[in-house]
Design a protein around this ligand. Structure first.
Ligand SMILES: NC(=O)c1ccc[n+]([C@@H]2O[C@H](COP(=O)([O-])OP(=O)(O)OC[C@H]3O[C@@H](n4cnc5c(N)ncnc54)[C@H](O)[C@@H]3O)[C@@H](O)[C@H]2O)c1
Length: 256
């Protein structure tokens, strides 16, 4: 029996590195997975890769912008119509912004709040009736080590990631009577296509990232996306049945 056998999971940001790795692991563990992403072609590629790697994988592709409030109800309706139930919501879609707080514009604030924070709230709200009905519903919100480890230059992003932790705890308290668990994962530096693309723009290679010594975590390296996917899997599974309102740091012991 897989660790998510018979469950249906919805993962936003499913075309990205951590999202796609999580989706593949969920499929390996027996879940049917709905993958949501803004980037249609990348979403198609991620879904095809999973189907190629996991025999019998059930993957529903939903191209949507989670930054639009009405999209949340539509996404959940499509999951229920396509897969018949919803047991696990993984909120993971995210964008970054590099303005120092002293220069942060209203437009970038609104965009990053809409995608990184409000999409988590709206999708949780729309998914909750089905998650309650599941009887073993779980929400896993993907935050960041920088929710609690401040740094210079990405304040808007870090604020949204801190907000996710607060939302996670409050929702866990509110939904405990309905047997819906709500937890957060805080990844540290994780080697995903996003970071590889940025490195290449700066004249570096994926191998440079893989072999460089990272100074600000105890493991002194980047994580692989699958190393972040495993804690998400655990929190989503019944193995974590007594775990709620928790934050799991998956950051190699980051100390910025
Ligand atoms: N990679 C890291 O080092 C790291 C560290 C800490 C936290 N995180 C968080 O983990 C998550 C995944 O990061 P990643 O590096 O794997 O890849 P990423 O940031 O490229 O993935 C995010 C995915 O979300 C999608 N997305 C963005 N805006 C969207 C929207 N409006 N609607 C629907 N989809 C949208 C993107 O297309 C992308 O596929 C993000 O929330 C990120 O903040 C990543």
């Amino acid at each position: 029996m897989g660790r998510l056998e018979g469950k249906v999971a919805l993962i936003t940001g499913g075309a990205g590195g951590i999202g796609a790795a999580t989706a593949q692991l969920f499929c390996e563990e027996g879940a049917a997975v709905a993958l949501v992403d803004l980037e249609g072609p990348a979403l198609g590629e991620a879904a095809a890769r999973i189907r190629g790697q996991v025999a019998g994988a059930q993957v529903l592709e939903i191209a949507a912008d989670v930054g639009n409030e009405p999209a949340a109800a539509d996404i959940v309706a499509r999951v229920l119509a396509g897969l018949g139930a919803l047991d696990v919501l993984v909120n993971l879609a995210g964008i970054r912004s590099y303005e120092p707080l002293a220069e942060a514009k209203a437009q970038t604030w609104q965009k990053i709040l809409a995608v990184n924070l409000l999409s988590y709230a709206y999708l949780a709200r729309e998914a909750l009736p089905a998650l309650r009905q599941s009887g073993r519903g779980a929400i896993v919100n993907v935050s960041s080590t920088h929710a609690v480890n401040p740094r210079v230059g990405m304040g808007q992003y870090d604020v949204t990631k801190a907000g996710i932790l607060s939302m996670t705890r409050t929702l866990a308290f509110e939904e405990a009577p309905n047997r819906v668990r709500v937890n957060a994962v805080c990844p540290g530096l994780t080697l995903t296509p996003f970071h590889v693309r940025r490195a290449m723009q700066a004249g570096r290679t994926e191998n440079d990232l893989r072999t460089e010594q990272v100074d600000h975590n105890l493991q002194r390296r980047w994580a692989d996306a699958r190393e972040v996917a495993f804690p998400i899997l655990w929190l989503a599974s019944d193995e974590a049945s007594f775990v709620t309102a928790s934050t799991v740091m998956v950051d190699g012991g980051t100390r910025v």
